[in-house]
Design a binder for this molecule. Structure first.
Ligand SMILES: Cc1ncc(COP(=O)(O)O)c(C=O)c1O
Length: 404
């Protein structure tokens, strides 16, 4: 069977009724099946033959869309890009080798020496390190704000600012950023706004619809959903997407493998049911934790006690699959919990079918200076739970026994 052609992408809505998220997650980006295999093949070929010398010349001039070489485009990856663009409501997407390739590649593509970024201090550890340690070596500075308020973003803007960077919900504190407010600020000041949508996924929120310019993802997490593929993606306007793709995949070579693209695409087909279950369970577990002696505080965006509860109602469909909580007994209680759980798996990452539990201060946020951790609320007793697809009652029983 020949590989799917670019023109085959997209879905025909049977009626004028807009297709729901669940339907688009299953169909968008997949070739319409009229005959032959229902599942698109995994195309592993590195090189693609040209039908004629004229087609080859045209392909290199960008005048036709013939595939040329695996680092520049691949049918399996292209299908996934179409799915992501559809689900995030963007013009175009590019897949990358990992979430960090999407984050770092976007910033490298858009910024140059002398430019400046504004970002909250509490970010995924490696993103924070990129902004704090790596980009300054290239002359790109970041001002870190202690909270996530649009007013704090505004106060940190300088003449050299080019990008307002957000991660909402934030890792691991689960504080939210008002994407519409920060994106509007960026627009008014001629700045690009970038949102890492890994925690929420397009099932919970679509930052582009709220006015953001660029969405970045670690597809390693809930999009793939089974903990067996590493990948990233950027979704944006076509011109921005092309600029970022040119740097990240063509120039830096951080290309997604077709096999990983297949695994992520397969995961996305069940994203709707997985997110619905995981968010419902996360909320149930968060409510239970709030009542549990030994737990000092629970962070979950849709709880009434969460400081961004109103914003969660405005910009998210549900609170997401992550819950963070602080144990009254601090680090010692955290260690005991992690060493005692039986069902929850003590491992980093998130968005897996299995519930994963981790201690951010000593793992994912350990590269953050201790003073910064204290400023943003990553305490020694903070535990992060990535709620999976098990029965919520079983997870609660496991936690109950392990908290002691
Ligand atoms: C919010 C967030 N963004 C980006 C990344 C980086 O993703 P990857 O591990 O796919 O490079 C992670 C990883 O945990 C993350 O949690």
């Amino acid at each position: 069977m020949s590989p799917p052609e670019r023109a085959d992408r997209g879905i025909d809505a049977p009626t004028a009724r807009p297709l729901s998220f669940a339907t688009r997650a299953v169909h968008a980006g997949h070739p319409r099946v009229v005959r032959g295999p229902v599942e698109a093949p995994i195309v592993t070929s590195v090189a693609f033959a040209f039908a004629s010398a004229e087609e080859a010349e045209g392909a290199f001039r960008g005048e036709n869309d013939a595939f040329i070489y695996g680092r520049w485009g691949n049918p399996t990856v292209l299908g996934l890009e179409a799915t992501l663009a559809d689900l995030e409501g963007g013009e175009a997407a590019v897949c990358t080798a990992s979430g960090m390739a999407a984050v770092a590649g976007s910033l490298l593509a858009l910024l140059e020496a002398g430019d400046h970024v504004v970002a909250p201090r509490a970010l995924y550890g490696e993103t924070a390190r990129l902004l704090r340690e790596r980009l300054p070596r290239l002359g790109i500075e970041t001002t870190f704000i202690d909270d996530t308020h649009a007013a704090s973003f505004e106060a940190a803007i300088r003449p050299a600012t080019r990008v307002l960077y957000m991660e909402t919900p934030q890792n691991p504190t689960l504080r939210l950023t008002d994407v519409a407010a920060v994106a509007a600020l960026g627009r008014a000041r001629g700045l690009l706004s970038i949102v890492d949508n890994t925690f929420a996924t397009p099932w919970c929120q679509t930052p582009l619809a709220l006015g953001a310019d660029i969405v970045v993802h670690s597809m390693t997490k809930a999009l793939s959903g089974h903990g067996d593929a590493i990948g990233g993606a950027v979704v944006a306007r076509r011109d921005l997407r092309d600029r970022i793709a040119d740097t990240v995949v063509k120039g830096l070579g951080a290309v997604l493998s077709p096999i990983s693209a297949y695994l992520v695409a397969r995961g996305i087909r069940t994203l709707d049911v997985r997110m619905e279950r995981a968010c419902r369970s996360a909320r149930t577990i968060a409510e239970w934790l709030e009542q549990r002696p030994g737990v000092a505080r629970v962070h979950y965006p849709t709880l009434l006690s969460h400081p961004d509860h109103d914003l969660a109602g405005r910009q998210m469909r549900a609170g997401g699959s992550l819950v963070s909580f602080e144990l009254a007994g601090g680090r010692a209680a955290g260690r005991r919990l992690l060493d005692t759980v039986g069902l929850c798996v003590h491992a980093v990452s998130l968005g897996d079918a299995r519930t994963l539990i981790t201690h951010p201060a000593s793992t994912t946020a350990s590269t953050m200076p201790e003073a910064d951790r204290a400023r943003v609320g990553i305490g020694e007793g903070l535990v992060r739970l990535s709620v999976g697809l098990e029965d919520a009652g079983d997870i609660i029983a496991d936690l109950d026994a392990a908290i002691g």
